[in-house]
Design a protein around this ligand. Structure first.
Ligand code: GAR
Length: 199
């Protein structure tokens, strides 16, 4: 029934391919959820284009437009509360979620990271930097990790991981594409677990 559906907000900064994979999964798997908001720190991004195509609300919220971090965090909490958001999905969101939001949605925020945490996580480890570091370290395996978000970068409880090989001659871009494909498979499965109370 429509009123049993959990209300999801997706946070993005870029292309939003994970957002698209999650959106498709909600529809095709008939998950008991509804994506109601796409929030971004950027005023224009691929994720916003997709959200608008789907008739989903978009919200640009940038810390730069607030005088203090607390004011920014309060605005984010208020925006999410006003929309009755149950769960938050970070899908290529390149900012740290304010502690006030983490505190208000405990164990209800998921993030996808393009490596096998706990390795290659933490501040500065995002996007292509992750794949560059994985190759430089001579790893033979990488992958995607979906985890719950707590106050520390990339440190929350791991929900699911998927692995891919690192092949000889891989550039960071080639590895990124292989990992991204894995992300699109793993993130919907992790969302399903979250909605089932198994995250
Ligand atoms: C994905 O690879 C995601 O794991 C990564 O950014 C990419 C976003 O792609 N996220 C991080 O590095 C966060 N630490 P997308 O916009 O196409 O989903």
């Amino acid at each position: 029934m429509a009123d049993n559906k959990k209300r999801l907000a997706v946070f993005c900064s870029g292309t939003g391919s994970n957002f698209r994979a999650l959106f498709r999964a909600v529809r095709e798997r008939g998950l008991p959820a509804e994506m109601v908001l796409c929030l971004s720190n950027r005023s224009q991004c691929g994720a916003f284009d997709f959200a608008r195509e789907q008739g989903m609300e978009t919200l640009h919220l940038s810390e730069k437009e607030f005088e203090t971090h607390d004011a920014f965090a309060s605005a984010m909490v208020a925006a999410l509360r006003e929309r009755g958001i149950d769960f938050i999905l970070l899908a290529g969101y390149m900012r740290k979620v304010p502690d006030a939001v983490v505190a208000a949605w405990p164990d209800r925020i998921l993030n996808i990271h393009p490596a096998l945490l706990p390795k290659f996580g933490g501040e500065g480890m995002y996007g292509i930097h992750v794949h560059t570091a994985v190759i430089a370290a001579g790893e033979t395996e990488s992958g995607a990790t979906v985890h719950l978000v707590n106050e520390e970068y990339d440190k929350g409880r791991i929900v699911l991981q998927g692995k891919v090989p690192v092949l000889p001659g891989d550039t960071p871009e080639v590895l990124a594409a292989r990992v991204l494909e894995c992300e699109h498979a793993v993130y919907p499965d992790a969302l399903e677990k979250l909605l089932a109370g198994e995250a």
